[in-house]
Design a binder for this molecule. Structure first.
Ligand code: PEP
Ligand code: MG
Length: 573
C-alpha cells in the first residue's frame, strides 16, 4: 500500500514509531423503558454518583502525582458537577420521580442539557468544559448500568489513537508504554496537549477520522514537531524514524547528567539559566528541568480564557506558589502584558486596527490603575515568600518607567500602612523589547536593577514585521544586524551601569545563538523549561575567547543571511 501522510496540529514535540492502539469511545446504549420502583431508581442514581465521585477523586490524586496540581484541577471540576444539587442532582431526580424515566436516561438528558448550554456559551472556557461533560457522562452511565468502562490495557509500547483524549482516559494509561498520542479533535490548549507536553509524550491532534486510516498491525510514524503522521511507510522510512527516536531518547538520557550542574562554559564563565512559566504550578516543572530561577512569569496568562479578572487573593496565591517552590532562587514576575496577540475578555478594550501598536501592557496598566494596583498588591504581599523581582513590559519611554515605578512605590507605601509585611529590597527591572528603549538603554540602565531582552517583540518592532503573520514570516529574523546591534547596545549599557542583562524571548533558548550571547556578556537566559538542560550542555562546550571573536565577526556583517550562516556553522551538531 502507498505511503500516506496526514497533516494535523502539532501539540507536543518529539518523534514516535509504534503500532497504533485504538481507544474507541463507543457510546453506551441507553435503555428507554420507564421505571416503576421510583425509590429504588433514585437510590441507584445516588449510589452511582457516589461511586463515580469516589473514582474521580482517586483520579485527581493520581493526576496530582503524575502531572501536577494545575492539570489535576479538571477532576475537581468533574466531581463538582456531579455534586451540584441545583443544576444536576435535583433535575435528574425530578425526571425519575415525575417522568418515570430510568436513571441512565435521566442522566443522559440532563448532562446533554448542561453540555449544550456550555457549548453555546461565549466563554471559551465553558466551551472547553463541554468535552468534560461527555467524559463524566460515560463514567456515570457505565456505573448506573454496572458496566465497567473499557480500561486501557496496553502492556506493549504503542501510539494511542482516539477521537478525543479525555482526562479520565489519561489516568487509566500506563505512560511507560504510551509513546505517542494521535487524536481526531483537540488543539494546542486541549487537555491532551497539556498532559502530553508535561509528560514529554509526542502528540498530534486534528487528524480527522484517524482510526479509519490505520491498521493495528502496522507501524505508524508520528512527528510531534511537524504535526504529521505517516502510515504505510516503507521499511526504510520506519528504520530511519526509529533511529530518530533512539537519538531523541539518548539525548534526553544524556541530558539528565546536567541536572544540578553549574551553568558554565568550558573555561569557567558562569551564566544563569532560568525558566519561563505562565502560572505558579509550572515553577515545579521548571525546577525539575534544572531551572536556576524563573526569568519570566508571564502573569497575563492568569487573565486569559476567563470572563472575570483574577482577584488579588487569587493572584497572590499563584505568585506565592511559584516563590515558595523556587525558595531562594529568583522569580521574575512580569506585570500584566495583555493585548496584541494576547487579548483578554474581562478587560473592556475598544477594538483597535493595530493592536500590537495599541493600548496594551504597561500603557493599559497606567491608565487602568485599579487593575495595576490589584496586581502590584498581590505581588508585594507575595514578596515575603521568596526571592521576587518585578519587571515591567513594553516600556518605550522614561516617563512610562517612572510612572510604573511610582505606582509600585505608592502601592508598597499603602500596604505598609495597612501593616502588611513586604520584602525591603525587591529588584525592579524592565523588558527591553521596544527599539526606542533599546536605543536609550544607557538612560534606562540608571533607573532599573536589571534588563530582560524580549527578542520576540524587539525583532517584530525593529523590523516592522508582525511576529504572527505567515505572509511575512520570512522577514521575521533575529539574525537581522539591526536587531543584533540593538541587543549589543542594551547589553553594553547594562554592564556600564553594573546591572544584569538577561534574555527571555525565544532566542534565549536557541542553541545556535548561544555563542553570541556569551560573547555579548549576557548574564541570564530564560527559556521554556524543556530547553534548559540542552542549553547547559551546549554551554559546557563553549569557550569565551572564541565567542568574543565570533561577536567581532558578526558585527562586521551586514545581512541576516550571512550572520545566520556563520552562526549555524557554529551550532553544535
Ligand atoms: C518577547 O517579546 O520576547 C517576550 C518574551 O514577551 P512575549 O513573547 O510574552 O511578548
Ligand atoms: Mg513581548
Amino acid at each position: 500500500m502507498d505511503k500516506q501522510e496526514y497533516k494535523g496540529i502539532p501539540i507536543s514535540p518529539g518523534m514516535a514509531v509504534e503500532k497504533p492502539y485504538f481507544i474507541e469511545q463507543e457510546k453506551k446504549e441507553i435503555p428507554n423503558e420507564k421505571i416503576y420502583d421510583v425509590k429504588a431508581e433514585v437510590g441507584n442514581f445516588i449510589e452511582a454518583c457516589h461511586k463515580t465521585i469516589t473514582k474521580i477523586e482517586k483520579m485527581e490524586k493520581e493526576a496530582k502525582k503524575r502531572v501536577g496540581g494545575k492539570e489535576a484541577e479538571v477532576f475537581a471540576v468533574h466531581a463538582a458537577i456531579l455534586k451540584d444539587q441545583y443544576s444536576f442532582i435535583s433535575p435528574v431526580q425530578q425526571k425519575i420521580e415525575c417522568e418515570k424515566k430510568n436513571a441512565s436516561l435521566a442522566v443522559e438528558e440532563q448532562l446533554k442539557f448542561i453540555e449544550k448550554t456550555m457549548s453555546e456559551s461565549d466563554s471559551e472556557l465553558f466551551q472547553a468544559r463541554a468535552s468534560d461533560i461527555r467524559d463524566i457522562r460515560n463514567q456515570l452511565i457505565s456505573e448506573i448500568l454496572h458496566s465497567e468502562l473499557g480500561s486501557i490495557p496496553t502492556k506493549e509500547p504503542c501510539i494511542i489513537v482516539t477521537h478525543e483524549l479525555t482526562p479520565s482516559m489519561t489516568m487509566k494509561m500506563d505512560f511507560s508504554y504510551v509513546k505517542g498520542i494521535v487524536s481526531e479533535v483537540g488543539g494546542p490548549t486541549s487537555h491532551a496537549a497539556i498532559i502530553a507536553k508535561s509528560l514529554g509524550i509526542p502528540a498530534v491532534a486534528g487528524i480527522a477520522d484517524a482510526m479509519e486510516h490505520m491498521d493495528t498491525e502496522e507501524m505508524i510514524i508520528l512527528d510531534g514537531d511537524a504535526g504529521n503522521i505517516i502510515i504505510h511507510a516503507s521499511e526504510e522510512e520506519i528504520e530511519k524514524a526509529k533511529d530518530d527516536v533512539r537519538r531523541q531518547e539518548e539525548e534526553v538520557h544524556q541530558l539528565k547528567k546536567y541536572i544540578g550542574c553549574p551553568s558554565k562554559t568550558r573555561d569557567g564563565k558562569t551564566i544563569s539559566l532560568y525558566g519561563n512559566i505562565g502560572n505558579g504550578a509550572e515553577a515545579r516543572n521548571a525546577l525539575q528541568e534544572g531551572a536556576e530561577g524563573i526569568g519570566l512569569f508571564r502573569s497575563e496568562f492568569l487573565y486569559l480564557n476567563r470572563d472575570t479578572l483574577p482577584s488579588e487573593e487569587e493572584q497572590f496565591q499563584e505568585y506565592k506558589k511559584a516563590l515558595e517552590v523556587m525558595g531562594t532562587k529568583r522569580v521574575i514576575v512580569r506585570t500584566l502584558d495583555i493585548g496584541g496577540d494576547k487579548p483578554q475578555k474581562a478587560i473592556d478594550i475598544e477594538e483597535e486596527s493595530n493592536p500590537f501598536l495599541g493600548f496594551r501592557a504597561i500603557r493599559l496598566c497606567l491608565k487602568r490603575k485599579e487593575l495595576f494596583q490589584t496586581q502590584l498588591r498581590a505581588l508585594l504581599r507575595a514578596s515575603e515568600y521568596g526571592n521576587l523581582a518585578i519587571m515591567f513590559p513594553m516600556i518605550s519611554s522614561i516617563e512610562e518607567l517612572e510612572a510604573a515605578k511610582e505606582e509600585l512605590q505608592n502601592v508598597a507605601d499603602a500596604l505598609r500602612k495597612e501593616g502588611v509585611l513586604i520584602k525591603d529590597k525587591i529588584p525592579v527591572g524592565m523588558m527591553m523589547e521596544i527599539p526606542s528603549a533599546a536605543i536609550l538603554a544607557n538612560e534606562f540602565a540608571k533607573k532599573v536593577d536589571f534588563f530582560s531582552i524580549g527578542t520576540n517583540d524587539l525583532t517584530q518592532y525593529t523590523l516592522a514585521v508582525d511576529r504572527g503573520n505567515e505572509a511575512v514570516s520570512e522577514l521575521y529574523t533575529i539574525y537581522h544586524p539591526a536587531v543584533l546591534k540593538l541587543i549589543k547596545n542594551i547589553a553594553e549599557a547594562a554592564h556600564k551601569e553594573g546591572i544584569e542583562c538577561g534574555i527571555c524571548g525565544e532566542a534565549g533558548g536557541d542553541r545556535r545563538l548561544l555563542p553570541l550571547w556569551i560573547g555579548l556578556g549576557i548574564d541570564e537566559l530564560s527559556t521554556v523549561p524543556k530547553s534548559i538542560l540542552k542549553i547547559r550542555k551546549s554551554l559546557a562546550k563553549l569557550d569565551c575567547k572564541k565567542c568574543n571573536k565570533l561577536v567581532d565577526k558578526v558585527f562586521k556583517m551586514n545581512t541576516a543571511s550571512d550572520i545566520k550562516k556563520l552562526l549555524e556553522g557554529k551550532e553544535e551538531k
